[in-house]
Write a protein that binds this ligand. Structure first.
Ligand code: MSP
Length: 490
């Protein structure tokens, strides 16, 4: 039986269209999912859209369309964007799907029957942008940092979830690593947040009509985060009954942005514990992109859209630029200029140029199998994927390419007798093949083009074996074809 691997990304609010921030997590998850599939694991990769709540209601009203229209339109733009970025998800949850709604209602009923939901009154400062109550300590000059607005005072008759009951167990599990929160800084942040204590939270909304009605009191709709978090279960077919948990559960890896790690380290595991469902294996928060030192925002007009990236750099170019900009888990700053420079120097001038020149030189040569000592690449790949150090693998491909380009300049094959060249060409072509293997989960089309140029119809071999030296047969038929990447003008 192949090992199973269940990976999730956040489901995105449909009041917005997908931007680079959303795409970043999605591309990373896709690369991990592809890697796991290449290793022969049975992978389920879930994504989707978060379609209920006050924010969606407000946006629809502003646009003069119904909430459902807004959801349909923007959910499609997410699907289109993921298609243009070659995202290989296995299911796309929409929280307005009937099955999702029914499952959430069943789950809420279970929580109510078990006494984890009770009626009371809730008063707090609510930020509609975050769809979250805020504590005074989270505000700066009275404003939500993320949205730069003063949260509204909300007081409502409410159904509350007994979050406080899980404070100690969550602290213990996070501390002991039974609930893995990464990177380490985030884990520490969560532990210090938990020190401040957990209050019960309101999980019902009386004023918000665009939501899932509470099964035990239909005057209220469910708090959008409860509805959204449980998508990780409904997306693999859960119907809301804790006795029947789909086989892919627990999730092996949940990727998300650092702004929503807190909710994923508190309300999310608490809901699971209350339902008596195992916790996910690992939650990993990626950092934030800023654009030339500034937050990416529509009001600043500096948002980078995936469509623009794909138009300028192609699908694989966009995927490369997203993951090579800075280590996964860190914050980083980018600009159009930096992206163009990086594309030209890494892809066009280094990897692309290597493939083009080696194939041009070797096209009609007689190859002779020869050996070059290389690092144990598969070990590097495994270790980097385990740590989610994705950039490290791209950097490795670049290093091999630059080393080979330098060797070609030094060896000057154009000045040599053709009898000496078969062995050199073999080494350079074999390294090109290995670059293709390294890039396969990241730039799948580019890798297949590299294999095709090398006369390898498809990389059918076991992924691990593919990294062994000597995979290229001496008698292969090279097909130079078109260059992989064309330089982009600024
Ligand atoms: N709907 C919730 C998630 C529910 S998951 C059960 C939500 N949606 S969101 O659309 O606002 O944000 C989704 C993701 O995009 C978050 O992980 C967030 O961190 C990420 N990003 C938004 N802007 C970003 C950057 N500028 N940079 C990197 N990621 C960013 O929250």
């Amino acid at each position: 039986m192949p090992e199973k691997f269940y990976i999730t990304t956040p489901i995105y609010y449909v009041n917005d269209k997908p931007h680079l921030g959303h795409s970043y997590t999605e591309i990373a998850a896709d690369v991990v999912a592809r890697y796991r599939r290449l290793k022969g694991e049975e992978v389920f990769f879930l994504t989707g859209t978060d379609e209920h709540g006050a924010k969606i209601e407000e946006s629809a009203q502003k646009k003069g369309v119904s909430p459902q229209q807004l959801c349909d339109e923007n959910s499609k733009s997410f699907k289109d964007a993921w298609k243009s970025l070659n995202i290989s998800y296995d299911n796309f949850v929409r929280t307005t799907d009937k099955n999702h709604i029914k499952a959430i209602q069943s789950a809420l009923q279970v929580l109510y029957d078990k006494g984890f939901i009770y009626k009371g009154e809730y008063k707090g400062l609510y930020c509609v942008g975050c769809e979250q109550y805020k504590t005074e300590s989270e505000l700066v000059a009275g404003k939500c940092l993320e949205h730069q607005v003063k949260p509204e005072v909300m007081k409502e008759e409410s159904y509350l979830f007994k979050l406080s009951a899980f404070e100690n167990i969550l602290k213990k599990k996070i501390k002991k690593g039974e609930l893995v929160i990464e990177p380490k800084e985030r884990k520490n942040e969560m532990l210090s947040f938990l020190k401040g204590g957990l209050k019960d939270i309101s999980i019902s909304r009386e004023k918000v009509k665009w939501g899932i009605p509470l099964p035990f009191d239909e005057k209220f709709t469910a708090y959008v985060w409860v509805d959204a978090l449980l998508n990780y279960l409904t997306g693999i077919g859960w119907k809301g009954d804790p006795k029947f948990i789909p086989g892919f559960w627990p999730a092996d890896l949940q990727l998300l942005g650092k702004d929503i790690i807190r909710i994923h380290s508190t309300i999310w595991p608490a809901l699971l514990l209350a339902l008596d469902i195992p916790l996910p294996q690992r939650i990993f928060a990626n950092g934030y992109f800023t654009i030339e030192g500034k937050k990416m925002s529509k009001s600043l007009g500096n948002v980078i859209w995936p469509k623009e990236l794909v138009e300028k750099f192609g699908t694989d170019g966009a995927r490369y630029l997203a993951l090579s900009a800075f280590p996964f888990g860190n914050d980083g700053d980018i600009s159009w200029n930096k992206l163009i420079q990086k594309y030209n120097s890494d892809l066009a001038n280094n990897i692309g140029n290597l493939v083009n020149r080696v194939l041009t030189m070797a096209e009609n040569a007689k190859l002779e199998k020869s050996f070059s000592k290389e690092d144990d690449l598969y070990k590097i790949v495994e270790a980097s994927f385990d740590k989610l150090n994705l950039k490290e693998i791209l950097d490795k491909a670049l290093t091999i390419a630059s080393k080979t380009n330098q060797e070609i300049d030094k060896e000057k094959p154009w000045e040599r007798d053709s009898s000496e060249l078969g062995r050199l060409f073999y080494i350079w072509l074999e390294r090109t093949r290995l670059i293709g293997c390294l890039l396969l989960p990241f730039l799948p089309d580019t890798s297949l083009r590299i294999f095709e140029k090398l006369g390898l119809e498809e990389q059918k071999r076991d992924f691990k074996e593919a990294f062994e030296w000597g995979g290229l047969p001496e008698n292969t038929t090279l097909k130079k074809g078109e260059p992989l990447f064309l330089r982009v003008k600024s």
